[in-house]
Design a protein around this ligand. Structure first.
Ligand code: C2E
Ligand code: MG
Ligand code: MG
Length: 643
C-alpha cells in the first residue's frame, strides 16, 4: 500500500511493564548501595585489624560485611526483591551501629574510639532512613528505622548521665548524632509521602489522558483522540503535499445481533472488529471507534491513484465472518471514504463527508464502500432531513399504504396483496421506502411505523374480505428490528384480534439478514407466528448473502425471488438469459426440496411471465399485472379482474 502513517505525537505512550519510575531507579541502585556498604564494612574491618582493635568491633564489621554479601547473592539470584534487599540491609546496618555504640559507650568504654565513631560512621547512619523510605520496606525494617534515633537518644542520654564526659567535643558529637538521626527520619518520611503522592498523581494523570483519548472497550482511539490525530495528519499532509484518507465504517445489522445474542456478544464482536482493524491497519493507518458500531480509519496517502482499489481491498478484508463465543457471525460493513484536501478542508468536514458516503452505501444495499462525491453531499443533507422528519411521523397523516397483488400463476387468481409503504412529506415530497426504511431502522422509528403498517394493512384486509374477497391475504414487510422485540408476537395477535381476523389473513415478509443472526431464536419466533396460522415468506431471496444451509430449518412457506433474477430475461445475450433461467430453476428445486413455494417479484413483461410459467413457478407479482395501488384502486382492479 502506498499509505503511510505515524503515531500521534501528543498521545501518551503506554507504560512499559507497569513498574513505577521509583521502582526502576531502586532496582538499579539496590546492588550499588549494598555494594558500597560492603566496601565500608571491609574498610572498617581492615582498619580495626591493622590497629589491633578490640575483637568485638572486628567481629561486628565481619557480621556487616557477611550480611551484605549474603544480600547481594540473594538479590542476584532473584530470591530477594529490591524492597526486601534494602529492608535487610537496614536491619543489618542498624543492628551493627547500635551494638557498636553500646559496646564503645558502656562495655569498653573508650572515649577516643567513641568520639571517632560519632564523627564518622555514626553520622552516616542518617542515610539509612532516606534509603529505606525510597522503597516500600518490610514492617520489621520500618521498626528498625524508627527505633534507630530513639536508641541513639536513649544511649547518648545514659552515657552523659553515667560518665559525665569532660570533653565538650564528645558532648557536641552525641547531641549532633541524635539531632541528625531525628532530622533524617522526619525528612525521609516527608519525602516518602510526597514521592508517593507525586507518583500517584502522575499515574492518575496518565490514566485520565489515556481514557480521554482511547475507547475503553476496544483500546482504539475514541472520537477525541481521532480528532487530535486527524488535525496532526492534516498539518502533516499540508507540509508534505500528501492527502489524508478518512474511511467511515458502520457494521451492518449490529443492533439485531446485540439485541438477540446479548450485549456481551455485541461487545466481543466489536472487540474482534477492532482487533481486525488494528491488524489490517498496522503500520499504515490509525483506527478509531467513534460510536456504538461506528469505526473510522485514517491514513496519510502519498499517491491517491490506487486509493479506490486499496480501500476496496481493505473493506473486503474487513468484511469477513467473525467467531464470537464459538458462534460464526456473518459480518458485513458499510463504508464511506473521503479525501483531504480533495473533498474537505477541515478534519470535521472530512469525517462528516466520509459519514455521508457511508450512509449512502448503507441505503443502497449495504456491505459496500462508497467514495464521497459532490452529489453525495446533497444526498447526505437530504438523508439528515428525512431522519429528522421521521420523529412522530405516524401521528401526522403523511403515511399511506399501497397494495400490490400477488397472483397464482397456475390459476390466475389473486393470492395476496403486498402492503407497500408510501410517505408523502409536505416539503420533501414523496420519499421512497428504500430511503426512509433503513433510516427508520437505524433511529428506532421503524417500531411505531411497523406497528402502524400492521394495523392499517389488517384494517384493509378486513375491509376487502367484507367486500367479497375472502381468501386474499395481506402481506406485510417486517423489519428485523421489529421481529426481535420480545412482545412482537403478542402485538401481532392483538392487532389480528382488533381487526377481527385470524392468522390466515396475514402473511409476514421477513428478510434474509434476520436468519443469519441467531438462527435458533429466529426459528422459535417464526414457529410462534406459525402457531397463529400466519404465513411467512423470505423476501428478496438472492439479493443478499443468505447461505443456503441456513434455510433448511426456517419455517417459511414462500421464497420471494428478487427481481434481479428476471433482469436479463428479455436481453439479447443468450448467455445471461441461460444464467438467469438456471438460477430460477435452482431456486425452484431448492424450494421444492424444502416444501416451499416461490413468488417471483418484479415481473414486467409477458416473456418473463411465460418463462416463470414454463419453469413451474407458483406466484408472480409485478408491473405486468399492476403497480402498487391505493385501497380504492385495488378494489376496482380486483373487481374488474374477477368479473
Ligand atoms: P420489497 O418488499 O421487495 O417490495 C417490492 C418492491 O418492488 C416495491 O418497491 C415494489 O413497488 C417494487 N416493484 C413491484 N413490482 C415491480 C416491478 O414490476 N418492477 C419494478 N422495478 N419494481 C417493482 P417499494 O414499494 O419501493 O419498496 C421497496 C422496499 O421497501 C420493499 O421491497 C421493502 O423492503 C421496503 N418496504 C416497503 N414497505 C415497507 C414496510 O411497510 N415495512 C418495511 N419494513 N419495509 C417496507
Ligand atoms: Mg416485500
Ligand atoms: Mg422483495
Amino acid at each position: 500500500m502506498n499509505w503511510t502513517t505515524t503515531r500521534p505525537a501528543n498521545l501518551p505512550k503506554p507504560t512499559p511493564t507497569g513498574q513505577t519510575r521509583h521502582q526502576l531507579v531502586s532496582r538499579r541502585l539496590a546492588p550499588g548501595v549494598v555494594g558500597c556498604m560492603l566496601a565500608a564494612y571491609l574498610m572498617a574491618g581492615l582498619t580495626y585489624w591493622l590497629n589491633g582493635t578490640h575483637g568485638l568491633l572486628l567481629g561486628l564489621t565481619v557480621f556487616g560485611a557477611a550480611g551484605c554479601v549474603a544480600l547481594l547473592g540473594l538479590f542476584r539470584r532473584g530470591k530477594l526483591d529490591v524492597a526486601q534487599a534494602i529492608s535487610w540491609l537496614s536491619v543489618v546496618d542498624i543492628s551493627y551501629i547500635i551494638v557498636k555504640f553500646f559496646y564503645l559507650a558502656f562495655v569498653v568504654p573508650d572515649q577516643q574510639m567513641l568520639l571517632y565513631a560519632l564523627s564518622s560512621d555514626f553520622l552516616w547512619t542518617a542515610c539509612t532512613p532516606t534509603l529505606a523510605y525510597s522503597v516500600p520496606i518490610t514492617p520489621l525494617a520500618r521498626q528498625f528505622v524508627r527505633a534507630q534515633p530513639v536508641a541513639f537518644t536513649v544511649l547518648s542520654a545514659l552515657y552523659l548521665l553515667l560518665h559525665h564526659p569532660a570533653d565538650p567535643r564528645l558532648v557536641f558529637s552525641l547531641v549532633q548524632v541524635c539531632f541528625v538521626n531525628w532530622a533524617a527520619l522526619v525528612l525521609a518520611q516527608r519525602f516518602s509521602v510526597t514521592l508517593v503522592r507525586l507518583l500517584r498523581a502522575r499515574k492518575d494523570n496518565e490514566t485520565l489522558t489515556r481514557l480521554a483519548y482511547h475507547d475503553e472497550l476496544t483500546g482504539l482511539l475514541n472520537r477525541r483522540g481521532l480528532e487530535e490525530r486527524l488535525k496532526e495528519m492534516l498539518a502533516q499532509s499540508r507540509a508534505t503535499r500528501t492527502s489524508v484518507a478518512v474511511i467511515f465504517l458502520d457494521l451492518d445489522g449490529f443492533k439485531p445481533i446485540n439485541d438477540t445474542l446479548g450485549h456481551q456478544v455485541g461487545d466481543e464482536l466489536l472487540q474482534s472488529v477492532a482487533r481486525r482493524i488494528g491488524r489490517l491497519t498496522a503500520g499504515w493507518a490509525e483506527g478509531a471507534r467513534v460510536a456504538g458500531d461506528e469505526f473510522v480509519v485514517v491514513a496519510l496517502v502519498n499517491d491517491p491513484v490506487h486509493l479506490e482499489r486499496d480501500a476496496r481491498d481493505f473493506h473486503a478484508a474487513l468484511s469477513q465472518p467473525v467467531m464470537v463465543q464459538g458462534k460464526r457471525v456473518e459480518l458485513t460493513i458499510s463504508a464511506g471514504l473521503s479525501l483531504y484536501p480533495q473533498d474537505a478542508q477541515t478534519a470535521q468536514d472530512a469525517l462528516r463527508r466520509a459519514d455521508i458516503a457511508m450512509l449512502s452505501a448503507k441505503t443502497s444495499g449495504k456491505n459496500k464502500i462508497r467514495l464521497y462525491g459532490r452529489n453525495l453531499h446533497a444526498e447526505g443533507e437530504y438523508r439528515q432531513a428525512v431522519t429528522h422528519e421521521l420523529v412522530g411521523i405516524t401521528g401526522r397523516n403523511e403515511l399511506k399504504l399501497l397494495y400490490q397483488p400477488i397472483y397464482d400463476i397456475r390459476t390466475g387468481q389473486v393470492a395476496s396483496c403486498e402492503a407497500l409503504l408510501r410517505w408523502s412529506h409536505p416539503k420533501l415530497g414523496n420519499i421512497s421506502p428504500a430511503v426512509f426504511i433503513p433510516l427508520a431502522e437505524s433511529n428506532g422509528s421503524i417500531l411505531p411505523i411497523g406497528l402502524w403498517v400492521i394495523r392499517q394493512a389488517l384494517g384493509s384486509a378486513a375491509r376487502w374480505r367484507a367486500q367479497g374477497l375472502p381468501g386474499v391475504r395481506v402481506a406485510v414487510n417486517i423489519s428485523p428490528i421489529q421481529l426481535i422485540q420480545p412482545d412482537f408476537v403478542m402485538q401481532v395477535r392483538r392487532e389480528l384480534e382488533a381487526a377481527g381476523l385470524d392468522g390466515r389473513a396475514l402473511e409476514l415478509e421477513i428478510t434474509e439478514g434476520l436468519a443469519l443472526t441467531d438462527r435458533q431464536a429466529t426459528i422459535e419466533l417464526l414457529l410462534e407466528l406459525r402457531k397463529l396460522d400466519i404465513l411467512l415468506s423470505l423476501d428478496d431471496f438472492g439479493e443478499g448473502f443468505a447461505s443456503l444451509s441456513h434455510m433448511r430449518d426456517l419455517p417459511v412457506q414462500h421464497i420471494k425471488l428478487d427481481r434481479s433474477f428476471l433482469s436479463s430475461v428479455d436481453e439479447e445475450d443468450p448467455g445471461s438469459v441461460r444464467y438467469n433461467r438456471a438460477l430460477i430453476q435452482a431456486s425452484l428445486q431448492l424450494a421444492e426440496a424444502l416444501q416451499m413455494e416461490v413468488i417471483a417479484e418484479g415481473v414486467e413483461t409477458p416473456a418473463q411471465l411465460q418463462l416463470l410459467r414454463d419453469l413451474g413457478c407458483h406466484y408472480a407479482q409485478g408491473y405486468l399485472y399492476t403497480r402498487p395501488l391505493a385501497f380504492g384502486e385495488l378494489i376496482e382492479h380486483l373487481g374488474f379482474r374477477r368479473s
